[in-house]
Design a protein around this ligand. Structure first.
Ligand code: AMP
Length: 380
């Protein structure tokens, strides 16, 4: 029988999960999202909405009573509250998996204990411990908030001794960790999935280009040797093996100067670097996530077309309503998230530039450079 799906978070990821769910009416009859913003993106494409904070215990209990299965598009949910409603609804990925992943220190400790490569790191609970750590790692090093950080907001790169105090004060008493700087040559990721029955599938390795700590561009496939891609995909598979939770996971990694792979972090949810799959692959990451949490056979992850995903971000120095972005070209797939207000670097939409059979990544990059400026955000 078709199930009612609950999603914690109704932003763009919830929106694209809802759209995927609508294409599976035999498995999902209805979607209800929990989101604090009235008329959130997911509600505009057919999800019902409970208006409430992601951490609001009563709202989560209410959601759990209305649905058969709960998933999330953000990792900051309260895993203890989720655990307490497991009798009302099945929760995937499980609250235990969420608890491990949402604390970067616990996540990295878990990975390290399972033999999966991560940068060197330590827990720091005082400024003296930060200083001790820096003696070991040298400069630069990264001071990171253990929880609730996204788009680089939870990191402070310490370049010299003079910056230690400033870095420490920046986090105002949050739980912290210190990490050795990795002079990577490329940032990459693998979108991996595991269904409730233990089947695991990974999409091919992609390359991620960030601007101001925010993902700007994903190149599928990554411009790496096949050995590097295979190594990264193997690490992603091993990670899914030990992590256990069901769903799609975004595994972000660094390729080091000597072609080693280390995991930067894991997101227990569909991921911005997997948006290319909407056009590049037979099964999108959104359908794959639903298949995984419903215990269905996972779909094909083969990359059918070389594709570049480009994020449309709010301009710096502008906040307000913006003109509708339109662009017509048959190999450009524009997806706007229907957010009314633009804010600096807010993710407002993305497009996938899809290559034809013999188009190389270099040719696609040339094409991208000609069109990306035509899709900038302008005030009304
Ligand atoms: P995060 O929020 O931890 O994913 O980090 C945001 C960005 O900071 C990453 O995409 C990297 O560009 C950079 N970064 C994070 N950790 C490290 C590290 N240990 N060494 C070098 N760069 C890092």
């Amino acid at each position: 029988m078709a199930k009612i799906l609950g999603i914690i978070g109704g932003g763009q990821l919830g929106m694209m999960l809802t759209e995927a769910a609508k294409k599976m009416p035999e498995h999902i009859s209805q979607v209800i999202v929990l989101d604090p913003n009235q008329n959130c993106s997911a509600s505009l494409v057919g999800a019902n909405q409970i208006v409430g904070d992601f951490k609001d215990k009563d709202a989560i209990i209410e959601l759990s009573k209305q649905v058969d299965i709960i998933t999330y598009e953000i990792e900051s949910g309260d895993s203890d509250v989720l655990k307490s409603v497991e009798n009302n609804a099945e929760i995937n990925p499980s609250p235990e998996t969420l608890k491990t992943i949402q604390d970067k220190f616990l996540q990295k400790t878990f990975l390290q204990n399972n033999g999966i490569p991560v940068p060197e790191f330590i827990k720091v609970e005082s400024i003296d411990e930060v200083k001790e750590g820096l003696k070991k790692y040298g400069y630069p090093a990264l001071l990171k908030a253990r929880r609730d950080a996204y788009d680089g907001k939870g990191n402070f790169k310490i370049d010299s001794e003079n910056e230690i105090q400033k870095a420490y004060d920046y986090f105002k008493g949050q739980k912290l960790m210190l990490e050795k700087f990795v002079p990577f040559k490329m940032e990459v990721s693998v979108i991996a999935s595991r269904n409730t029955k233990g089947q695991i599938k990974t999409y091919p390795l992609v390359e991620n280009i960030h601007e101001k700590n925010i993902l700007r561009e994903t190149i599928a496939p990554a411009r790496t040797s096949s050995e590097v891609s295979k190594k990264a995909e193997k690490i992603a598979n091993n990670t899914m093996d030990v992590l256990k939770g069901a769903g799609v996971f975004g595994i972000e990694m660094f390729v080091t100067q000597d072609d080693q792979i280390v995991i930067n972090e894991i997101a227990p949810r569909v991921h911005n670097s997997g948006h290319h799959t909407l056009q590049s692959s037979k099964t999108s990451q959104f359908e794959q996530h639903l298949r995984a949490i419903l215990g269905l056979e996972l779909g094909s992850t083969e990359l059918i077309h070389n594709t570049i995903m480009y994020n449309i971000l709010g301009n710096l120095g502008f906040e307000g309503e913006y003109k509708k972005i339109e662009f017509l070209q048959n190999n450009v797939f524009l997806k706007m998230y229907e957010k009314k207000i633009s804010k600096p670097l807010r993710k407002l939409g993305h497009f996938n530039l899809v290559g034809n059979d013999n188009q190389t990544i270099d040719q696609l990059l040339d094409e991208l450079s000609q069109i990306k400026d035509k899709m900038t955000v302008k005030s009304i």
